[in-house]
Design a protein around this ligand. Structure first.
Ligand code: S3P
Length: 449
């Protein structure tokens, strides 16, 4: 089943050169955060370039349920925030659909207000672990009642007299870090998050942009983020940069489709997000960063990807994992077209994404003729090399947009087409994927019927 409807089977077939410009949508992480922080500021925040994928639209609806006004006029989203501590108790269940980021960040944002809220999601989200967020929220004084294993549906009763928290995250997760920081907004004093490996830092950057006092420091303990509680957040004008995680799909497609030359303009290259592009360069990809510049405090470039027939398998550094965690599925497809082994260690988190991404990719790759070895926190793809990837199978996407897009990219260069059982979830993060890829010359079709 699709995230919000009936399954949409899709097939990708071997394509001619991909050429032209790919204007990918706004960054999903930054889009969620603009809506949530906009709702917690006093006054009107405007956002352009917001990703209008289902995940983000579900967050917009949720923030309305907590009392903020969220409207779109022309190309601009307007959010009238209620201030830190001003969230209202929703009168309905908050359905975050497919979005782990949405639900985890919103749980954090409401956990230090004296209100209750019940959260749910689709079949994928309701399987994902939430204790990683409710455990630290309990330290602030919030109580939660969920299904066994801390699964959704889950009710949180926010703390009436929250305490500030000092929390070392046991998993490398920006969602956990962000939930704690958002909860810390309405706690007195300093809330501190310590992460062993730095994860994406959009929350810290945006909190500072909204006027909160937030500092980061590298110490022997790790990456230490300190937030002063109870700031007055000042409304902002936000221009959302384009999503490097979406850019990954046309970039990787261009590398493996013969004769391709694709420009993907205006991509944020925040070092906590750009790991895939450096990994592809290490594999010998013809991928360049053009027109490097800085926008809104973030490094930005136009990515140029050209067909790269001589890719080599590599050892992907484990310490790079957090900066490319969402890109391993499509990297494993590129690895299938490379010569030799690509070993990807330190990626346990892939097992608790929208699907178990190691299992989903390994199963589909093996069916398509690629050898894959795996352990709990690593996997190895044995590349066949360009022109030798069989394809010719239907794979299950398990309600996971990135699994669907990865196998469709594979089908553009494999010898036989690749079919996915359900491309519907692509709309959660990349609603214009089919049109954008078609424009470049990709043959991706929905099954007739
Ligand atoms: C995200 C963090 C990552 C990532 C997700 C978006 C965010 O998840 O996989 O797509 O916006 O904070 P984790 O925090 O679980 O690693």
């Amino acid at each position: 089943m699709s995230a919000h409807g009936t399954p949409v089977p899709m097939t990708a077939s071997r394509s001619g050169p991909l050429t032209g410009e790919a204007h990918v949508p706004g960054d999903k992480s930054i889009s969620h955060r603009s809506l949530i922080l906009g709702a917690m500021a006093v006054g009107e925040t405007t956002v352009t370039g917001l990703l209008e994928g289902q995940d983000v639209l579900d967050t917009a609806k949720a923030m309305q349920a907590f009392g903020a006004q969220v409207e779109k006029a022309g190309d601009t989203w307007h959010i009238h925030g209620v201030g830190v501590g001003g969230l209202a108790e929703p009168s309905q269940v908050i359905d975050c659909g497919n979005s782990g980021t949405g639900v985890r960040l919103i749980m954090g944002a409401m956990a230090t207000s004296p209100i209750a809220a019940t959260f749910t999601g689709d079949a994928s989200l309701n399987k994902r672990p939430m204790a990683r967020v409710t455990d630290p929220l309990a330290l602030f004084g919030a109580r939660s009642y969920g299904r066994s294993g801390g699964r959704l549906p889950l009710t949180i009763i926010g703390a009436a007299d929250p305490l500030p928290v000092r929390y070392a995250t046991p998993v490398p997760s920006a969602q956990v870090k962000s939930a704690v920081l958002l909860a810390g907004l309405n706690a007195p004093g300093e809330t501190v998050v310590i992460e062993r490996e730095a994860t994406r830092d959009h929350s810290e950057r945006m909190l500072a942009g909204f006027g909160a006092t937030v500092t980061t420091e590298d110490t022997d303990e790790g990456h230490v983020i300190t937030l002063q509680g109870r700031p007055e957040l000042k409304p902002q004008s936000i221009v959302v940069p384009r999503d490097p995680s979406s850019a990954a799909f046309p970039v990787c497609a261009a590398l493996i489709v013969e004769g391709s030359d694709v420009l993907v303009p205006n991509i944020g290259l925040n070092p906590t997000r750009a790991g895939l592009f450096f990994t592809l360069q290490d594999m010998g990809a013809d991928l360049t960063f053009e027109n490097m510049r800085e926008e809104g405090g973030e490094p930005v470039a136009d990515l140029r990807a050209r067909f790269s027939p001589n890719l080599k398998g590599i050892e992907v550094p484990a310490e790079r994992a957090a900066s490319m965690i969402d890109e391993y599925p499509v990297l494993s497809v590129v690895a299938a077209f490379a010569e030799g082994k690509t070993h990807m260690p330190g990626v346990k988190e892939l097992r608790v994404k929208e699907s178990d991404r190691i299992d989903a990719m390994a199963t589909g790759l093996r069916a398509a003729g690629i050898a894959v070895d795996e352990g709990e926190d690593w996997w190895t793809v044995h590349g066949e090399g360009f022109g030798r990837v069989k394809g010719g199978v239907t794979v299950k996407t398990h309600l996971d947009h990135r699994i669907a897009m990865s196998f469709l990219v594979m089908g553009l260069a494999s010898n036989q087409p690749m079919r996915v059982d359900d491309g519907g979830p692509i709309a959660t993060s990349f609603p214009v994927f089919e049109a954008l890829m078609a424009e470049l010359g990709a043959r991706i079709e929905r099954d007739a019927g």
